[in-house]
Design a binder for this molecule. Structure first.
Ligand SMILES: *Cc1c(COP(=O)(O)O)cnc(C)c1O
Length: 234
């Protein structure tokens, strides 16, 4: 495929996503300015990230350090904000702290401590979102709702880190709107304890509208922008 064809493809994806966001905003009485679109570029090449940037996208998300580190390096100079959205092992924290501006998947005190230490070492400030396991099962990432306050407090008290708010993925087998309504309540409690921690990262290609209706501030969208990913083996 030529670069021009790919550009047209991505432009069409972006237009479709923007149309969905506009409709969701209209339906829930919100404005586009309240929302940040994070383009999740995992499995897609740095050339796609450049095309996205050329189309005005400023926020890019990745979920695996190995891939993200290379892409962030290749795209340095584009002035992008890099979001790390995947499960994060402490042995990857030093690398992630080198390029990530926002980490959406902070879910345990040990990870907070490691991120804070590496952010300070790198001389950077990293915005952290507390990931919530809305189904109460932390195995696929996220803190249990009952543990969110403690993780948020840890982030707020850690040098090098800034508490941005909360993040979640809608659990399988539950209507996303119901799940995101619970996230909104949890976000409210976090904000009461930490004024300014007003980010709600929720909503992916399949459930953007439900997320917007439930107060999301950040949408993490991959497939609807860039196309269906090829399955890959970890
Ligand atoms: C891949 C991914 C997304 C984007 O998902 P799509 O369904 O492709 O839009 C969002 N959030 C996280 C955490 C992801 O891993």
């Amino acid at each position: 495929m030529t670069e021009e064809t790919r550009r047209d493809e991505i432009a069409a994806g972006l237009a479709g996503v923007e149309a969905q966001i506009a409709e969701a905003c209209r339906a829930s009485g919100r404005t586009r300015e309240e929302l940040t679109l994070v383009a999740v570029s995992k499995t897609y090449p740095a050339s796609d990230v450049r095309l996205l940037a050329g189309l005005g996208v400023r926020d890019v998300g990745e979920n695996r350090d190995q891939e993200a580190a290379v892409k962030a390096r290749e795209c340095a100079g584009l002035g992008l904000t890099w979001h790390f959205v995947g499960q994060l092992q402490t042995n990857k924290v030093r690398s992630v702290a080198g390029y990530a501006d926002v980490v959406h998947s902070v879910d345990r005190p040990r990870l907070v401590a490691a991120l804070g230490q590496e952010a300070v070492r790198a001389g950077r400030e990293i915005t952290c979102l507390v990931q919530v396991a809305l189904d109460g099962d932390p195995r696929r990432g996220g803190a249990r709702p009952a543990d969110v306050a403690a993780v948020a407090d840890a982030v707020a008290g850690a040098p090098g880190l800034r508490l941005g708010g909360v993040m979640a993925v809608a659990p399988l087998g539950e209507e996303p709107g119901r799940a995101f309504a619970r996230l909104r309540e949890i976000a409210q409690a976090v904000r009461e304890a930490h004024p300014g921690a007003d980010v709600i990262s929720a909503g992916m290609s399949g459930d953007m509208s439900e997320a917007v209706a439930n107060g999301a501030t950040h949408l993490r969208v991959g497939t609807a922008l860039l196309g269906r990913r090829k399955p890959f083996v970890r």
